[in-house]
Design a protein around this ligand. Sequence first.
Ligand SMILES: *Cc1c(COP(=O)(O)O)cnc(C)c1O
Length: 459
Amino acid sequence: MKTLYTQLPAIDSLLRDPALQPLLMQTGTAFTTRQLRDMQQEARAHIQQHQSLPSWHTNWPEEAQRRIEQQQQSALRPVFNLTGTVLHTNLGRAPLSERAIEAVTACLRQPVTLEYALDDAARGHRDRAVSELLCELTGAEAACIVNNNAAAVLLMLAALAPGREVIVSRGELVEIGGAFRIPDVMRQAGCQLVEVGTTNRTHLKDYRTAISDNTGLLMKVHTSNYQIQGFTHAVSEAELVALAAEHQLPVITDLGSGSLIDMTAFNLPAEPMPQQLIAAGVDLVSFSGDKLMGGPQAGIIVGKQALIDQLQQHPLKRALRVDKMTLAALEATLQLYRQPETLREALPALRLLTRPAHDILQQAERLLPALEHTYGAEYSLAIAACSSQIGSGSLPVERLPSFALTFSPKAGHGSALTALAQRWRALSRPVIGRLQDGKLWLDLRCLEDEAALIRILTS
Ligand SMILES: *Cc1c(COP(=O)(O)O)cnc(C)c1O
C-alpha cells in the first residue's frame, strides 16, 4: 500500500508536464493547482479504501482537463425543452425574439439613455420608452415596470392601500407556484384582506356590503392556474368599476399572464387582454412579461396616470425596478406587437404555441428513422399523439394537440427508462423529456433545431 502512495505524482512535476500546459494557459496556475490537489486527495482516499489507484491514475492531465471543463460549465445550461410545456417556468419561460436578444446585447456593450432624456438633458424616466409603447398597445394612460408580476401586485397593494382593507372574492385567493399567495402578499404589503362571497359564487352585493370607511381598494385576481366549473358566479370588472365609483375607490386586477393579442385569432384558447380591462375602467392592471407576452421576466402595470405616479414614487419601486437588459428586451418585444401580421413568426412563444399538429407529426416522421439506428436495439420507438400545455400557469385545462417520439425499453423496464433520461440529461446540451406510462416522451412542439437534436442524440 505504501508503494501505491509513492506512485502518486508530485504537483510540481504535474505542473511541468507538457500535456498540462494548454490547460494552464487557459485556466491559470492557481485554479489548476487546486484541481490537482483535490485529485491527489481523492487518490489517497481511494488507496486507503480500495488498496488500489483510481482508474484515471494513468492520465492525470486528461482527468484534470475533464474536471475543469465540467466546473467551467455554466449553471444555466441550454437544453432541448421536449417536455411538452411551452412556457416552462423551471426552464426559463418564454424564449425571446431575435430582436429582443439583439436589443439586450446592444445595451450591454454601450452606455444607453436609461434615465437620460436627450432633448433637455434632464433626468429621464426609467420606464419611459416602454411606457409609451404599453399605452399605445393597451389604451392605458401610464405604465410602471417592476421585476415580475408578484412584485407588481406587492407594489400596487403597498402603494395604494397601506393599512387599509382590500376586498377580494373567495374564489380568487390564488396560490401561484413558488410561494406567491394572495393572502400572504396582502400581509406583506400591509393590507388587510377582506374575503367576500364563497369559493364558487361571489355577487356584487357581497362586495357592496363589505365596503367600509377603511376600504382601500377592490381587487380582482385572474384565476390563471385553476378553473372553477359548474354552479359558479363571478362579478365582472365592469360591474366592480361601477360599484367602486360610487365610493371613489380604485379597482385593480392581477391578470397573471394576460395577452396583448386576441389568442383566439391564432386558434388558441381565449385569455383576457389588459386592453379590455382598461377599457372597462379598471384603474390598474398587472401582468407578467414572460408568460404569454413572450418577453423577459418583468411585472407590467398599466392604468391611470395618478395611480401610476403613486407607484413610481413609492420606495418599493426603487427596490423592485428592472435593469436596462429587461427594459431593452421588453421594448423590442412590445415593438413586435405593432405588427400583428408578422408576430407569429417573430415571437418564439407564439410560434411554438401555434405550431400546427401536422407539422409536428411530419417532424416526428423525419426523426424516427434517424434515431431508430442509435436506439432501436434497446428501445421500441414510436410516434404518439400527445397534448402540450401552455405552461407557467396559463390556461391550465387547455391542451394543444401535438406529437411525441416515445421510447419504451425492450428489457429492464423502469430502470432502463431512468437510465435513458439520465443519459440525455448528461449530454452537452441536455434533452429534457417526460416520463409517462412506462415510456419516455419527447414532445416535439418546441423543437426548432431538428438537426442539432439528431446530432446530439446520435453522437
Ligand atoms: C403568474 C402569476 C403571478 C406571478 O407572476 P410572476 O411574473 O411569475 O411573478 C401572479 N398572479 C397571477 C394570477 C399569476 O398567474
